[in-house]
Design a binder for this molecule. Structure first.
Ligand code: CAA
Length: 385
């Protein structure tokens, strides 16, 4: 980290998170990956270290940091475990719609418990038949008296099985397309809200990714974010613009963590009577990886700074950093497995997990094909104006 470019708080945040990741996360990462269970001890350590509400305003009990602060923390966690990185970051994804579209009363109701690390929140946009085409969702919310009755299923709900709150998007007016979608905060324990299938995943295995079933689920009308129907899709898009740098930071952390391991391994490993890292071919690989990671990190931090500065047009740069950093993570983690040779392919060494964890970053919060679509649409709009 170039200390000249960051505030004292950001440097402290970086150092605090690295220390916590090394002491409380790295030693248990393989165990939770193997068991595919949620690491509550890690969640409690994050809470006790005061990191849970980094992105939440101070008036709601958070640290009052921005997207850059969030990215710094996510990168450091992901440097030791990509699953723990997303397990943390998804709370920002779930709470951004409240921060963006919620009333003061709603912010007061839900944000302090998230900021304190007492409650977790998930994000329910995707469905079985609506992934990239998020606007084609079919989950409905019908007003009945002082409630909305939700019916449908949500898919790929990260942390859904452990979260107390879930930001659920549903159609309140089927005649209005994307403008007929609204966002609700549904609390765990609400009648008709049920966690369904747990996915058996290639990577990020310590976080539960589940289906959420909504069966005549009656949600108080004042859980409709903002109090107005029809603003949910826009708020989901604004949320994704703010959250995608977090996925990109997860990718940078995974790539950096893999490279750090590969540096150590190629230094120690002797072949042909010398350290493997003394071969020029290996050195060029290490240099290329470090260069790609630094370029990705700087694009992520640039996007985060623009968002924190209140820039209006952030969709393009947010999509760019997600696209670039996650492709770098996939390439770097694959090359690092290569540097470990046969050992890299086996679970005796931690490196193969980085490659498995990296793959999902190219897929969730919008596939990298969707990122290209967002980038190109914005380029064409800019050139036309
Ligand atoms: N900011 C504000 N408003 C936006 C916006 C943005 N970035 N993007 C679109 N909108 C608005 C448009 O202005 C339009 O509003 P009006 O009707 O008022 O004109 C409305 O939203 C519809 O816009 P489009 O016609 O452009 O929408 P579209 O149907 O063509 O879809 C898309 C656009 C970018 C492809 C969008 O569907 C998308 O982002 N898809 C990917 C979804 C995604 O990322 N899903 C991941 C979910 S989270 C997850 O992965 C799980 C997890 O738990 C980690």
């Amino acid at each position: 980290m170039f200390e000249e470019l960051y505030t004292d708080q950001q440097i402290e945040l970086h150092n605090r998170t690295r220390e916590l990741a090394e002491s409380a996360m790295r030693p248990v990462a393989a165990k939770y990956d193997e068991q595919q269970t949620y690491p509550w001890e890690v969640q409690h350590a994050i809470r006790d270290a005061g990191l849970s509400g980094v992105w939440i305003p101070q008036e709601y009990g958070g640290m009052g940091g921005g997207v850059l602060d969030l990215c710094i923390v996510v990168e450091e966690i992901s440097r030791v475990c990509g699953g723990m990185g997303v397990g943390f970051a998804v709370n920002a994804l779930g709470s951004f719609p409240i921060m963006i579209g919620g009333t003061d009363e709603q912010k007061e109701r839900w944000l302090p418990a998230i900021a304190a690390g007492e409650k977790l929140i998930a994000f329910g946009l995707s469905e079985k038949k609506s992934g990239s085409d998020a606007g084609s969702m079919i989950t409905t919310a019908k007003r009945e008296g002082d409630c909305y009755v939700l019916n449908g299923e949500k898919k790929w709900n990260t942390n859904g099985a452990v979260a107390s709150f879930n930001t659920i998007f549903a159609v309140t007016n089927p005649d209005r397309g994307a403008r007929g979608i609204s966002a609700f905060v549904v609390e765990e324990g609400t009648d008709g809200y049920r966690v369904g299938k747990h996915e058996d995943k290639m990577g990020i295995r310590c976080v539960p990714v589940v289906e959420i079933h909504l069966e005549n689920c009656r949600v108080p009308a004042d859980n409709l974010l903002g109090g107005d129907e029809g603003r949910g899709f826009k708020h989901a898009m604004i949320t994704l613009d703010r959250a995608r740098p977090g996925v990109a930071a997860q990718a940078v952390g995974l790539a950096q963590g893999a490279l750090d391991l590969a540096m150590g391994y190629t230094h120690d490993r002797q072949q042909f009577g010398q350290s493997v890292s003394s071969f020029q071919g290996v050195q060029w690989m290490l240099a290329d990886m470090a260069t790609q990671i630094e370029a990705a990190r700087q694009l992520v931090h640039h996007a985060a700074r623009l968002i924190d500065a209140g820039a209006k047009q952030i969709s393009k740069v947010s999509a760019m950093c997600k696209l670039m950093a996650t492709d770098v993570a996939m390439k770097v983690t694959t090359d690092c497995v290569q540097l470990f040779g046969g050992y890299g392919y086996c679970k005796d060494y931690p490196i193969e997990k980085f490659m498995r964890d990296a793959k999902i970053t190219q897929i969730y919060e919008g596939t990298n094909q969707i990122q290209r679509l967002v980038i190109a649409r914005n380029m064409l709009r800019e050139s036309a104006s």
